[in-house]
Write a protein that binds this ligand. Structure first.
Ligand SMILES: Nc1ncnc2c1ncn2[C@@H]1O[C@H](COP(=O)(O)OP(=O)(O)OP(=O)(O)O)[C@@H](O)[C@H]1O
Ligand SMILES: [Mg+2]
Length: 370
């Protein structure tokens, strides 16, 4: 397909779309989108990730033009598009259900948006061919949707959304109906298509692995607001709230009181054993005296070296998972810890239930959260 390969997103690329103070309610009582500010950058792969009901689809519907904000504005290239009809927005849309026309062939389904736009036949044929090649559907032109697998049907929906070369592609859980293996395969294909086309992708999912593996940036939604927006590594390693830390995989939370904050770091005294630890801190509202928690992922706990600051915990059980082992531990006053380790890297025999361990909490891999 004769599309030049685009560079991956430049982090500082300008905003293509801007949500400014956007509110949405369905019942006049609760804001399902609650004062949302969001910049979508030209060419990026942005995922909207969050639990069920957090406002992801509603946000996407307002972006697509199928719904309008109650308050606030949506700008594209600096122009207010809040009430611009969907068909004037130059955005392709793919939903969870394929919504193909059952009585039309694959080629006719893909050509549909071009027919609506009265594109001349010769050009339409060429574009359909191009879109089918992009979605790897050559040879399926004459089949009906009922003769295709779920993954193939979703590819037709994708080809149909891309055939008129929109500036943005919006997708709402497009792989939700597929089995795990096919879903992972399609994730890689979507990523490749994004790279090839260089257009902006906005992708709604509640699957954290999917968001992590595909996106340039992830916006984590909670109750109609963005809890954090950043690249996947930052969201995972430097969560800014307890909600984000817990939503993206398992996290140990050790409660305590903040002793000092400075330069993106804080010191905390743990309630459990009064031990003092340093870790990252990005919350401007945390100050000395605040109650907080030290958050550390199970894979970042490690055995302490002699003399190193450590916490003591007793092994409750140990489970072998193949590539890693997982320990469940209890501290003296009842705080639970979970630790994963690679058996080949531990440098000693596997810890057994009943054994006391001294565990270091490396500050560079821990965060202090409200
Ligand atoms: N048409 C509607 N009428 C009334 N309430 C709605 C409507 N659409 C959504 N809601 C409500 O708005 C809130 C946000 O819904 P939304 O569909 O945006 O969530 P979501 O993050 O996409 O969730 P999911 O992961 O389950 O798809 C929910 O509480 C939902 O019940
Ligand atoms: Mg949804």
């Amino acid at each position: 397909m004769p599309v030049p390969e685009a560079p991956s997103t430049v982090p500082s690329s300008p905003a293509l779309v801007r949500f400014e103070g956007v509110y949405k309610t369905y019942d006049e009582r609760n804001w399902v989108v609650d004062n949302l500010d969001l910049d979508i950058r030209q060419g990026e792969f942005l995922s909207l990730l969050g639990p069920s009901g957090s406002g992801k689809t509603t946000t996407l519907m307002m972006l697509a033009g199928f719904d309008a904000p109650e308050r606030g504005r949506i700008l594209m290239d600096g122009n207010d598009i809040s009430t611009l009809p969907a068909y004037k927005r130059d955005m392709g849309v793919v939903f969870q259900s394929y919504a193909l026309f059952p009585h039309m062939s694959v080629a006719e389904n893909v050509a549909f948006p071009l027919n609506l736009r009265k594109v001349p036949t010769a050009e339409s044929k060429a574009r359909v061919k191009e879109a089918l090649a992009l979605a790897r559907l050559e040879g399926f032109e004459d089949r009906n949707p009922s003769q295709l697998s779920g993954g193939q049907q979703q590819r037709v929906a994708l080809a149909r959304a891309l055939v008129y070369r929109p500036r943005m592609l919006l997708m709402d859980e497009p792989l939700g109906a597929l089995d795990k293996a096919l879903r992972e395969h399609m994730q890689l294909e979507l990523k490749a298509i994004h790279k090839q086309l260089g257009i902006t992708f906005v992708y709604v999912t509640h699957d954290q692995d999917e968001a992590m593996t595909m996106s340039d940036r992830v916006a984590v939604f909670n109750e109609g607001k963005i809890a954090q927006i950043d690249c996947p590594q930052a969201i995972y390693n430097r969560p800014s709230t307890r909600f984000v830390a817990n939503f993206l995989g398992e996290t140990n939370m050790l409660e305590g009181v903040v002793l000092s904050v400075s330069g993106g770091q804080a010191q905390i005294r743990l309630s459990e054993d009064s031990s003092i630890h340093q870790a990252g801190c990005t919350d401007p509202e945390l100050a000395a005296g605040s109650m907080a928690a030290l958050a550390i992922r199970p894979e970042n706990l490690r055995l302490a070296a002699p003399g190193e600051a450590a916490v003591q915990a007793c092994v409750i059980d140990s489970v072998f998972h193949g590539a890693h082992c997982k320990l469940r531990l209890n501290m003296a006053k009842g705080s639970e810890l979970s630790m994963t380790y690679n058996p080949g890297n531990l440098g000693r025999a596997a810890p057994m239930p009943g054994e006391m361990l001294s565990l270091a909490l490396p500050g560079s891999q821990a965060m202090i959260l409200r």
